[in-house]
Design a protein around this ligand. Structure first.
Ligand SMILES: [Fe+2]
Ligand SMILES: [Fe+2]
Length: 360
């Protein structure tokens, strides 16, 4: 077999060499040029290009990499457009902070407790330990770029599920009950799309091995069905659960940013964000490094945190989606699609839909 063909046994051999056996990932060359190998139906990256890779994640022979998302080659097609991402400023992203919304009633407690069990499971399978403040050797908790990338890929593959399930169920509800949805579907589907863009971006920098793919498959099967049933029973608890989950995502990405600023991830100091990310977030020139990318992604997670806590505060059947609403009083602060009015713990219902006599 030619050395440039993706071997079916390569992932097994690569995984066996890893410290984290079940989480082996393989390198993506980062080179757009690819060709269709005559003896293989998949597009593979030529050997000559693989060695000029600037990607630092590598756990497999460089010449056994696969082009995940080759540039569109349909005649006449320049770009495939999808949801446009709102523009974030550097200052807005820097202002994103870790936050927690206290559980105020039994349903909040159910959501928080479930999220903590969920987080424990995620940490366990991705080999992640968060350092306690009193830890004597916090450096032992440091993750390598490869371990971080494993965690990102696994988490983002799961994070894209809730928005799609919520949007799908509300869509079906609208169809069968012949009622309007009042704009919730769009925001939920866009959230799922945004999470998938996080995943696709990371997949441009690291390619998961067979066991990681298996874990993603299993996690999706369990989580999709669990969330589907839960959303049928209580959409409010589900939005609160996602709000709490997004609080954890902000914590995780904040830790990555801190580690990078402390010089603990020197491999990423000069790593460029992939083109897919530059185009999606409209990253300005001079702000297209790995750290900038993580700042964008953290800001997205903070937005999901706000959106889901806010949706969890609303009447699930009657209230319009405050993120798709044109307000009578534009001078008053309202929820927006961007992060200019970001509320870390969400908007209260009374703040959004105030009564006419309160307009003073
Ligand atoms: Fe995400
Ligand atoms: Fe998120």
């Amino acid at each position: 077999m030619s050395s440039s063909v993706l071997s079916t046994t390569a992932p097994f051999r690569a995984a066996a060499r890893q410290k984290y056996f079940p989480l082996a990932i393989r390198a993506y060359s980062g080179v757009a040029a690819s060709r269709l190998h005559p003896s293989h139906s998949k597009q593979v990256t030529p050997v000559a290009y693989a060695y000029v890779s600037k990607r630092s994640i590598s756990s497999t022979q460089q010449n056994r990499t696969e082009e995940y998302f080759p540039s569109p080659e349909t005649p006449g097609v320049k770009e495939v457009q999808a949801w446009a991402h709102p523009v974030y400023t550097v200052e807005q992203m820097r202002n994103v902070a870790v936050a927690h919304r206290d559980a105020r009633n039994w349903s909040d407690k159910v959501a928080l407790g479930t999220m903590r069990v969920f987080r424990w499971g995620m940490d366990f399978v991705t080999g992640y330990k968060h350092p306690r403040p009193e830890a004597k050797h916090p450096e032992r908790f440091n993750l390598t770029p490869k371990q971080w990338m494993n965690r990102f890929i696994f988490l983002e593959s799961v994070a894209g599920v809730p928005g799609m399930v919520g949007g799908m169920l509300r869509h079906l509800h609208s169809l069968r009950r012949m009622k309007r949805d009042n704009g919730w579907i769009e925001t939920l589907l866009e959230e799922a799309f945004n999470e998938r863009m996080h995943l696709l971006t990371f997949l441009k920098m690291a390619e998961p091995g067979w066991l990681m793919r298996l874990m993603v498959l299993g996690a999706q099967g369990v989580f999709f069905n669990g969330f589907f049933l839960s959303y049928l029973i209580s959409p409010r608890i589900c939005h609160r659960f996602v709000g709490y989950l997004e609080e954890e995502a902000v914590i995780t990405y904040s830790r990555v940013i801190k580690d990078m600023e402390n010089g603990q991830l020197p491999e990423w100091d000069n790593l460029e964000a992939p083109d897919i990310a530059v185009r999606y977030w409209k990253m300005p020139e001079g702000n297209r490094k790995m750290k900038d990318l993580i700042l964008y992604i953290r800001a997205d997670e903070a937005k999901h945190r706000e959106v889901n806590h806010t949706l969890g505060n609303l009447d699930q059947k009657g209230d319009p989606n405050p993120y798709m609403t044109e307000y009578k009083d534009p001078t008053k602060d309202h929820p927006t699609e961007g992060i200019e009015n970001l509320r870390a713990t969400g908007w209260e219902r009374d703040e959004i839909f105030f009564k006419p006599q309160e307009q003073k």
